[in-house]
Write a protein that binds this ligand. Structure first.
Ligand SMILES: *Cc1c(COP(=O)(O)O)cnc(C)c1O
Length: 378
């Protein structure tokens, strides 16, 4: 079976893990610091504004707390979004308000978000679908105009740039994921950037028991006072990463340019091979933008049949993300026609760094077979 997603961990990662084992320090330590510093460099921001976190989902929950979002508030997000994003909003006491998405990019536009903004709106939570950047200029203009915060879910967009700026650093909070299905893998883990230093500091405490980071265990080298004493400033919990996770992150971050280059090659091969099949392909990236190429999606009326056909031929495919306004739990019925249509017609086909060009050729041939053989009429 050819997978839709697949991690690519190898010798380099094993060697790095061996070193951490030998160091006898597995927890959050010097390697985690290095990883945060390297990631800050990657997204071209101050290291003090970046915190590693044990998952992007946890980061989404934390973002609600950082921004003090609570009962009576509303947060607008695209309905084509990650289930954990909606859960984070619900858990804060606020109401998730779902908006429609562009039919091709599956990203929300400023106009679609604007329709859902009320006096209760405290934040907009955007996602860069499949690593394709949202049109952030319009969204930021709207946010400033209405005085609301922008949270960027960059789980799929670790290498994406919008007008030469890394996404996740355009709004007020950005969160990345390195779970085992993402472009850069640490098994589980993520990174979080806050525009405001006081938010980054608050977060740093909140993911580490609310302890002041200059006290207690984290300053064990100090002999001026008893090192088992500590200060707590807020009732924080534990959502930090460890040096094993971080060492994977460092190696993967080093490989990221190559990973993205390969994904771009696969993406371009699909664009060429599938050009005349009648499928709707992902839109062309604007000139001054870069993508992660996390997903490759095609659109057609007979989506379900193509998915079944590919599966029989040993090719796995899927759809991201089932519209949240259709999930009963959120009790948020809305008329969002583009998302509804996309959910019926969009198929994500395999794209990852371990996919060979022979795989790509086989996938394209199989899709063409389906499109030419009248399967699309049946
Ligand atoms: C994977 C994903 C997440 C969650 O990331 P985790 O690190 O697994 O918690 C959030 N949002 C989007 C869009 C995702 O694809």
């Amino acid at each position: 079976m050819i997978n839709v997603f697949q991690p690519s961990l190898g010798k380099e990662e094993i060697a790095a893990i061996r070193k951490v084992f030998k160091s006898n320090w597995l927890g959050k330590g010097p390697i985690t610091d290095q990883f945060e510093e390297s990631f800050a460099k990657h997204i071209r921001v101050d290291k003090d504004l970046v915190n590693s976190i044990n998952s992007c989902t946890e980061g989404l929950f934390q973002s609600m707390e950082v921004l003090n979002i609570t009962t009576g508030d509303e947060v607008v997000l695209p309905t084509v979004s990650f289930v954990g994003a909606a859960n984070a909003i619900v858990k804060s006491g606020a109401r998730p308000v779902f908006c429609d998405v562009d039919p091709r990019t599956l990203n929300p536009t400023a106009e679609m978000i604007a329709e859902k903004i009320t006096l209760r709106t405290r934040a907009i939570m955007v996602i860069h679908y499949g690593g394709y950047p949202c049109d952030m200029d319009g969204i930021m203009e709207l946010a400033e105009d209405r005085g609301v915060n922008v949270i960027e879910d960059c789980a799929c967009a670790v290498a994406t740039q919008y007008k030469s700026k890394p996404v996740g650093t355009i709004g007020h909070i950005g969160i990345w994921s390195f779970d085992s299905m993402k472009t850069m893998v640490t098994c589980d883990g993520g990174m979080m950037w806050c525009r405001r230093k006081e938010h980054a500091d608050w977060l740093k405490r909140n993911i580490n028991f609310g302890m002041d980071f200059s006290s207690g265990m984290s300053k064990s080298e100090s002999v001026d006072r008893n090192w088992w004493e500590f200060d707590v400033q807020q009732a924080g919990r534990r959502a930090i990463i460890n040096d094993l996770t971080a060492t994977l992150g460092l190696v993967q971050l080093g490989k990221l340019p190559k990973i993205v280059e390969w994904r771009n090659l696969v993406h371009n091969s699909y664009n060429v091979e599938l050009a005349d099949t009648g499928l709707v392909l992902p839109p062309i990236l604007p000139d001054d933008c870069k993508a992660t190429y996390y997903l490759y999606w095609v659109q057609l009326d007979k989506r379900d049949e193509l998915a079944q056909y590919l599966r029989k031929k040993g090719i796995y495919s899927t759809f991201r993300y089932y519209p949240l306004h259709k999930v009963k739990y959120y009790n948020a019925w809305a008329d969002l026609p583009n998302a509804e249509k996309a959910a019926k017609t969009t198929l994500c086909i395999p794209i990852h760094q371990s996919l060979s060009l022979e795989d790509v050729e086989y996938i394209c041939d199989t899709i063409k077979e389906f499109m030419n053989n009248g399967h699309s009429d049946g």
